[in-house]
Design a protein around this ligand. Structure first.
Ligand code: ADP
Ligand code: MG
Length: 258
């Protein structure tokens, strides 16, 4: 193991068991994520993307193979990993600040310092004036930023993002993809982003994993290199290489309306 490796999946398979029998969701998945890397994961619906994130989050154990974080086998959920979902799961009766502090409360990690850090995150990322507002007073994009800051407040090493923008309109998701990338890079976090939006994945990721249909296996891997003035995903969509990646990945996913 390279000392920079933070997440490792070593030949991981997972079968779900139900009354109807056994469903293989993912099969022999191996990959490694370096510290600070931004990994995109795309693949057809139902191919096991959420399953992969749940395994890294320690919410389930693989049927076979190993999942490691910083070289140690994942035994269960830990504060090393933060999970952000499509729904923001903010509590409507709590203020923005109270929502952001929730993760720390649950983990019994509320201290003067951790609270201060959470408030600073809100201020740094443009939500300081909304500390005492309630979620319903905020737009969908702002709510997702609050959800990200709540995840960052527990100071995880690894962020898991499962289709975090898919409930939002196009303009908002575009703007938010910029903001979220910026925040994650500034905070020097490692991230795994699952999305069905190929453009989003290409523009945000350092490396992209393409999965086959269920049971998901890694079909191919792309190291994304886009030429641009800055690393803003919105700007990077205009890079000359962008369309090339898009066409290749589009073909591989074999997206068609049947
Ligand atoms: P994705 O996120 O790529 O859409 P999932 O990881 O959610 O896919 O699911 C992969 C496959 O496993 C799907 O076919 C899904 O129906 C099945 N599956 C997911 N969760 C369960 C479960 N709890 N029990 C049985 N089958 C499941
Ligand atoms: Mg999913």
């Amino acid at each position: 193991m390279n000392h920079q490796d933070i997440v490792t999946l070593d030949n991981v398979s997972l079968n779900y068991h139900s009354l109807e029998g056994e469903t293989p969701a993912i099969q022999n998945i191996s990959f490694t994520v370096s510290k600070g890397e931004f990994i995109g994961i795309v693949g057809p619906s139902g191919c096991g993307k959420t399953t992969i994130l749940s395994l890294i989050a320690g919410l389930m154990k693989p049927t076979s193979g190993r999942v490691l974080i910083e070289g140690k086998e994942v035994e269960g959920p830990s504060s090393k990993v933060g999970y952000m979902l499509q729904q923001d799961h903010l509590f409507e009766w709590r203020t923005i600040q109270q929502n952001v502090l929730l993760g720390l409360e649950i983990q019994g990690k509320i201290s003067k310092e951790s609270k201060q850090r959470a408030i600073e995150l809100l201020e740094t990322y443009g939500l300081g004036d909304f500390r005492n507002h309630y979620p319903q007073q905020l737009s969908g994009g702002m709510r997702q930023r609050v959800a990200l800051i709540r995840t960052l407040a527990i100071n995880p090493e690894v962020l898991l993002l499962d289709e975090p923008f898919s409930a939002l309109d196009y303009q908002t998701r575009l703007a938010l993809s910029d903001e979220v990338t910026n925040i994650i890079r500034k905070e020097k976090k490692t991230a795994l982003l699952v999305t069905h939006d190929i453009s989003e994945a290409i523009s945000m990721s350092d490396r992209l994993l393409v999965l086959s249909k269920r049971p998901g296996t890694i079909k191919s891997e792309y190291v994304i290199k886009l030429t641009g003035q800055n690393r803003s995903p919105v700007e990077l969509r205009k890079a000359p290489e962008f369309r090339e990646y898009f066409n290749k990945i589009w073909k591989e996913l074999d997206v068609h309306v049947s």
